[in-house]
Design a protein around this ligand. Sequence first.
Ligand SMILES: Cc1ncc(COP(=O)(O)O)c(C=O)c1O
Length: 455
Amino acid sequence: MNSTDVVEAQTLTSQQVVDLTRQHNYGTWRFQKNWNPMHIVDAEGCYIIDGAGKRYLDFSSQLMCSNLGHKNQAVIDAIARQAQQLSYAMPGYATTARAELSQLLAAILPKRLSKFFFTTSGTEANEAAFKIARMYTGKSKIIARYRSYHGSTAGSIAATGDPRRWAMEPGGKGPGILFAPEVHCYKCPIRHTYPGCGIACADYIEHMIRNESDVAAVLVEPIVGTNGVIVPPDEYMPKLRRICDQYGVLLIADEVMTGWGRTGAWFAMDHWGVTPDILVTAKGITSAYVPLGLCATSEKIAEFFQDHYFAHGHTYEAHPLTLAPAVATIHEMQRLGLVERARELAPYVEGKLDDLKARHPSIGDVRGKGLFWAVDLVKNRDSKEPFNTYEDKVSGKPLLVDQIAAKILGEGVTIQAWVSHFVIAPPLIVTREEIDRGIAALDKHLAMADAAVEQ
Ligand SMILES: Cc1ncc(COP(=O)(O)O)c(C=O)c1O
């Protein structure tokens, strides 16, 4: 690059930014043709702003991660301070940011999770969890569930039940990963009906553990995220905990999306008072201001590694620039009372979504907790058949939910669409007026789905 290139780079038009991005970058989880990314130049509070100056309400917190909202000054200051003082120290050193964050985490996480490994993504935090579980138990198999996402690298995509794994087949499942049916009372994969099923999907996992030898861990998203904000009945998690304890199997909770107040508790597992052996998180830990993931383990696992080799690490583990903003994020969440706020706003969102369901025949189900909700679209409320399938998603077929999301974008609202549902997860600082506005945009364009409902 010469100096002329630099000057040109500073004067790029929005169209040039988009064209260069398309030309030189991969759009993730999609066919590359027709990728037309929006040029984002600024963001503030619950809004993002494009190159033409148009403001969009961020109704899914980007990828369900900007929990504090954009441009929080305390977090920005923490990043700047840390950059000035100590931008990097290798993981073998102790740093003040590391100590401060560890102290805070030990106080906030479910009890007995007090030994931490830091990463720079949720994906890597899951990879750490799998290795730790295998080293600790001396066993190799991990039971995950079909409707799940755990990350994109070799191990974590292998443990992902959703179709993002399919491109890696055959063999992508990798050794030692087994899939169980998910808990999903609206569309039970083993055709039971709650209540009255005795939580048969948890019994299924017990059956798997008994018939497989060598099971190290059961891996769950406590509330399934991208795949539909699936909230388990209250009995599920305590029952899974009992089963894991009975067979000496570790319980890993992947709280990458559900952590950090999103569901109206610091962590989703708190809703059921269940402590996993390993808790994995990322996203909201810094409100996505910088990339940070966390693999938190129990005291008994920590104790094991006193006399066993901890065979894991990264150059960027416990990178000070990632840890200082996490400290600031936690303090800001506490100062603004955002966990309580998510809990308090839940009935308001639920009421609005129930009203939407009553008026739109294309809505099969609305479900969620805190500020984490799904609007699930179906062609037919009796058969619960979705408008599009996983096969449609990976074959590049246009999806109805994406077409509706594009219309909603035109109204100045961004919303995450996935296969046949929308995920509503605004920043936790959202106001009731902003909730009204986002839901009104959805309301207006659901007519497209209603028109496609089977009579
Ligand atoms: C539940 C869950 N686990 C893991 C991941 C992977 O995290 P990351 O994208 O930070 O690697 C995600 C990302 O969406 C997720 O939702």
